[in-house]
Design a protein around this ligand. Structure first.
Ligand SMILES: Nc1ncnc2c1ncn2[C@@H]1O[C@H](COP(=O)(O)OP(=O)(O)OP(=O)(O)O)[C@@H](O)[C@H]1O
Ligand SMILES: [Mg+2]
Length: 422
């Protein structure tokens, strides 16, 4: 049984790894997934997101994306290299029959979308980065002439989208692992409004992003509990500005996301370019196994302690009545006295919890081994090797592993402390 969200409410009820036989994710529903779809959140957060345009996709266009093989529409700007039919890639004007028949143009059924992609690329300055509702084709950059996601023509975009397994996941498996969905329901649930995914092509204006200042942030019960680099290289300069970055991102979360995003658990990606004062929202991702926890493991994120209350807003108490007439210095003294006496009512532990700071993990020098980075890149299901081995042995193996998990964490913490002391 999944752990109910209420069970994660505070540190005292946070599940302890040693008592678990599976990752204690709260329920994930289709609504949770839809809330992380670009088309859902972008209108809300437009002002804090780099420039992007969304193009609604029709069924014929989706059929084209889903179809095997890659035939590109005739395009005056299509690079010559794509006309090599031996590679299985060719534009319709270069196809073996050399026919200009409309039947050969895959975009005949979606000319409007094709045109709107073309004009949007121009509107965004000639270079864009595409994605579908949830996923960018990061795994398909090898097929693009620039070896990146930068696209200048509609055909660049089609090629990337059709070559990407991540995009296929959006098209075929968007609701996998949702408690309220099963593949066999699809036909029966035609009347269910959630069964129709409003697919969109997202075109973001191409920016030269510095990967060192992209961060993934983890929110549990509307509290920012952890954050880390997205790029897994070591960047020495980040250590000097760690607390500034943490403060900026915490403030961004408190002001822009905490009370406006519909769900309590989610992750978000940000970009904090120099001078590191402004935070940009790049994406929102579900609190689910499909989201890569990067330098964390999901077990850590699901079980680490969290503050008992959302970070309190700074408040100043203004006394009413006779005290309001006191001179400023006396008022300040009174406030100090009040806060002193309040603090003395808290145990040391409680006082510490009140100044909870999210764990901000950066990649240290020589970290790759410590964090098992030899797992494949983009492994959204990355688990520590020990978990995978234990799961092969069934429930018994997992339980045994859970007992060992505490020791592993303790050793890691010790190693961290040792290296901090160097
Ligand atoms: N406007 C842009 N210009 C250039 N590169 C960009 C732009 N926006 C995002 N990127 C790059 O694309 C990467 C992937 O973007 P994004 O996070 O939206 O993809 P995703 O598929 O949701 O990734 P994940 O699976 O990790 O959640 C970002 O980390 C960033 O480096
Ligand atoms: Mg994402």
């Amino acid at each position: 049984m999944p752990v109910a969200e209420a069970d994660l409410a505070d540190a005292s009820t946070t599940p302890q790894p040693q008592s678990l036989t599976r990752l204690p994710f709260p329920q994930c529903t289709r609504l949770h997934i839809l809330h992380c779809s670009y088309h859902y959140w972008h209108p809300k957060y437009r002002a804090i997101t780099p420039k992007a345009r969304l193009i609604p996709l029709s069924q014929p266009f989706l059929d084209y994306l889903r179809a095997d093989g890659i035939i590109l529409p005739p395009d005056d700007n299509a690079p010559e290299a794509w006309s090599d039919s031996d590679s299985g890639l060719y534009s319709s004007t270069d196809n073996p029959s050399d026919s200009e028949d409309e039947d050969d143009d895959p975009s005949a059924q979606w000319r409007e979308i094709h045109q709107s992609i073309k004009s949007t690329i121009a509107e965004l300055g000639g270079k864009v980065v595409p994605k579908l509702n949830w996923s960018a084709p990061k795994d398909a950059t090898w097929i693009n002439a620039t070896n990146s996601m930068e696209c200048r023509t509609p055909s660049d975009i089609y090629l990337l989208l059709k070559s990407s397994n991540f995009v296929t996941h959006d098209l075929e498996h968007a609701f996998d692992d949702c408690e309220d969905y099963s593949h066999s329901d699809t036909a029966a649930s035609a009347a269910d409004p959630l069964s129709e995914i409003p697919y969109h092509l997202v075109l973001r204006k191409y920016l030269l992003l510095n990967p060192s200042v992209e961060f993934r942030c983890f929110v549990r019960n509307r509290k920012l509990i952890a954050l880390c680099q997205r790029d897994l290289n070591h960047f020495e300069f980040l250590f000097k500005m760690q607390s500034k970055l943490r403060d900026r991102i915490q403030k961004f979360f408190d002001e822009k996301l905490r009370d406006t995003f519909p769900d309590e658990n989610f992750t978000f990606d940000v970009y904090v370019p120099p001078p590191h004062d402004r935070v940009w929202l790049i994406d929102l991702n579900p609190w689910a196994i499909r989201t890569d926890p990067l330098i964390f493991s999901w077990m850590e994120l699901l079980t680490m302690p969290e503050p008992r209350l959302p970070a309190p807003a700074q408040t100043v108490r203004i006394p009413l009545g006779p005290a309001a007439q006191l001179p400023v210095s006396e008022l300040q003294a009174m406030q100090l006295l009040e806060s002193d006496s309040e603090e003395s009512l808290l145990s040391e532990e409680e006082a510490e919890e009140d100044i909870f700071v999210p764990e901000f993990r950066l990649v240290k020098r020589d970290d790759p081994e410590a964090y098992n980075f030899n797992t494949p890149q983009f492994s959204a299901h990355k688990l520590p090797r020990e978990v995978v081995d234990a799961s092969k042995e069934g429930v018994g193996g997992l339980r045994e592993f859970a007992d060992q998990w505490k020791d592993i964490l303790a050793k890691r913490q010790q190693a961290d402390q040792d290296s901090d002391g160097d």
